[in-house]
Unconditional design. Sequence first.
Length: 268
Amino acid sequence: MKVAGTICEVRAALASAQGSVGLVPTMGALHRGHLALLAAARSDCDLVVASVFVNPAQFGAGEDLAAYPRNEAGDLRALEEVGADLAFLPEASELYPPGFDTWVEVGGAAQGLEGDARPGHFRGVATVCLKLFGIVRPDRAYFGQKDAQQAAVVAQLIRDLQLGIELRVVPTVRDEDGLALSSRNAYLSAEERSAALALPRALDAGAEAHRAGRDPAAAARAILAGEPRLTPDYVEVARWNGSPVLAAAVRAGSTRLIDNVVLEGERA
């Protein structure tokens, strides 16, 4: 596996690439959810590129940029083991050099829910994704269903700017107890993690209510109301890329967690 820290190194490494290229953008602290994205890319593509970049542009004031988990050595080992061909680990100054002042503003999918809760977040996501797409020029890009609104924003970016990239959204990977894998899970104390299990339970209850013809958001909120150690930010049904999704964000202590389920099946 080649490791690149600069745009020039990435372009040199890809100059003679043959076949299809898959890109897996990550913020590092890799876990099994990321590895599922990489495995999907490895299955689909001739060459797999993974970026590891904690993007400061998608963190707002008071968010956890400084404390966000980082483990470069562990990430490189994981990428090597999963068979990535190229790892791109830029410094912030490589992607946002002095004088940088061009940003991608996305409407539509970026509005509401995370867009309201984290102003400017999707501007940072869309901008860094467009930069990575321009640097790597992938045939396919891989994102996780756990970040469903982010995936919808990237889909809109690709569609509206006619980038010609195939977006693959990989199902959420969960721990045995049902909690969606996230780098931020490392922040949770044992008590907070126990409380956080109400989130997947709530989403499951919402999905069951939807199948029965009842209000999925109300059913999910009822479960969360029974766990006083969680503070919900939102529990809403959204429609992204044509699919209804029950999405929720909660706080367990100082840790903010998001999760969602696609609402499938006919309503009774």
